[in-house]
Design a protein around this ligand. Structure first.
Ligand code: SF4
Length: 88
């Protein structure tokens, strides 16, 4: 059984415990990009750079992998990259 709900709760609590929140908050255009391929590629690169500096990177990645999140950039990973990690 997936521990995704527990990891999500941990992630949410960790984020709530800070004054700043998560760096991706309110930035859906970068983290859930849509539109022309070149626009999506640029957004993904920018989102990945933000994730690399995020204090919640490890926990976020654990959650996204456990939940098999189908959309968006989580912990600097696209869905395809998350799938590749899960496949090993
Ligand atoms: S690692 Fe990226 S997606 Fe995860 S909380 Fe941080 S900024 Fe958001």
């Amino acid at each position: 059984m997936s521990n995704a709900p527990e990891l999500l709760m941990k992630l949410q609590h960790a984020i709530q415990d800070t004054d700043e929140g998560a760096p991706c908050e309110g930035r859906d255009l970068l983290f859930f990009p849509e539109g022309h391929e070149s626009v999506v590629k640029m957004a993904i690169l920018e989102a990945k750079a933000i994730c690399r500096r995020c204090p919640f990177l490890q926990l976020c990645g654990q959650y996204a992998l456990a939940a098999d999140e189908p959309y968006g950039i989580w912990a600097g990973m696209t869905y395809e990259e998350r799938r590749a990690i899960k496949r090993g």
